[in-house]
Design a protein around this ligand. Structure first.
Ligand code: IPE
Ligand code: IPE
Ligand code: MG
Length: 238
C-alpha cells in the first residue's frame, strides 16, 4: 500500500483499562499484582500509539467511585501511580510524550499530586503523543464542574444565557483543547461506560475486548485501529 492509501489513525483513543483484579485472581495473586501488570500494558499501549501516529490517548486509570474500594487497594494504587510517574518521566522525555491529567486531582495524596504536576510540567512541550490520565475522574463531576464554571461566567456578566451552546460546554470540560475520542476501547468484556467522558463519547466508536487489561498488547491496538477503519460512521445522517 502506498503512503496516501493508508487510512489515518484515530486522532484520539480513549481506553477503559478494566480487569486488573480478575487477571490477578485467575492466577491466585493479590489484586495489586494485576495493577502492576496493568502498568506494563500501559507502556505497551503508549509505544503502539506512538508508532501508529495517534495524537492523544485518554486512559481511565482511577475513577471517583474507585475511592470507595478498600483502603489497602486505594493505597496500593496511589503508590503504583507515584512510582509510575517517578520512573516514566525520563522515558516520556525520550519518547517525546506529553503527559496531561483530568479529574479531581486535588483529591490525590499531596506527594503524588506534586509528582504528577512535575511530570506534566517537564513534558509540556513534547509533541509525539499526548497521554491524558483520567485520575479521580467522573464524567458527572466533570459536567457538574463545567456547569458551575458557566454559571459563574453568566453571574459575572461575561456570558449571555442565550449564547450558551455545545461549544460552551465543550470548552469548559477538563478535556478542553482536545479533540473528542473517535475510538473507545474497554477491556474485560464489560459493556458499560462507568462514568467515563459522558459528553465527549457522543459519537465515538466502541470496541470491547474480552481479555483483561494486563493482557492487552500492541497487536490489540493495531486490531482496534483496523476495526475502527471498517466502521461506517454516519453521525446521524444517511
Ligand atoms: C481496572 O481494573 C483498574 C482500576 C479500576 C483501578 P479493576 O481493578 O477494575 O479490575 P477488575 O475489574 O476488578 O477485575
Ligand atoms: C472503570 O472500571 C474505571 C477504571 C478503569 C479506572 P471499574 O472496574 O471501576 O468500573 P465498574 O465497577 O466495572 O463499572
Ligand atoms: Mg473493574
Amino acid at each position: 500500500m502506498t503512503q496516501e492509501l493508508t487510512p489515518k489513525p484515530p486522532r484520539h483513543i480513549a481506553i477503559i483499562m478494566d480487569g486488573n483484579g480478575r487477571w490477578a485472581q485467575q492466577r491466585g495473586l493479590p489484586r495489586v499484582a494485576g495493577h502492576r501488570a496493568g502498568a506494563e500494558a500501559v507502556r505497551r499501549t503508549v509505544d503502539a500509539c506512538i508508532k501508529s501516529g495517534v495524537e492523544v490517548i485518554t486512559l481511565y486509570a482511577f475513577s471517583s467511585e474507585n475511592w470507595s474500594r478498600p483502603e489497602s487497594e486505594v493505597k496500593a494504587l496511589m503508590q503504583l501511580l507515584d512510582r509510575f510517574l517517578k520512573e516514566k518521566t525520563k522515558e516520556m522525555m525520550q519518547q517525546n510524550v506529553k503527559l496531561q491529567a483530568i479529574g479531581r486531582l486535588d483529591k490525590l495524596p499531596e506527594k503524588t499530586r506534586k509528582r504528577l504536576e512535575d511530570a506534566i510540567q517537564t513534558t509540556a512541550n513534547n509533541t509525539a503523543l499526548t497521554v491524558n490520565l483520567a485520575l479521580s475522574y467522573s464524567g458527572r463531576d466533570e459536567l457538574t464542574d463545567a456547569t458551575k464554571a458557566i454559571a459563574q461566567q453568566v453571574a459575572a456578566g461575561e456570558l449571555e444565557v442565550d449564547a450558551i451552546d455545545a461549544d460552551t460546554i465543550t470548552s469548559n470540560l477538563y478535556t478542553h483543547g482536545l479533540p473528542d475520542p473517535e475510538l473507545l476501547i474497554r477491556t474485560s468484556g464489560e459493556f458499560r461506560l462507568s462514568n467515563f467522558l459522558l459528553w465527549q463519547l457522543s459519537y465515538t466508536e466502541i470496541i470491547i475486548f474480552n481479555k483483561f487489561w494486563p493482557d492487552f498488547d500492541e497487536s490489540d491496538v493495531l486490531h482496534a485501529i483496523e476495526q475502527f477503519h471498517s466502521r461506517d460512521r454516519r453521525f446521524g445522517t444517511i
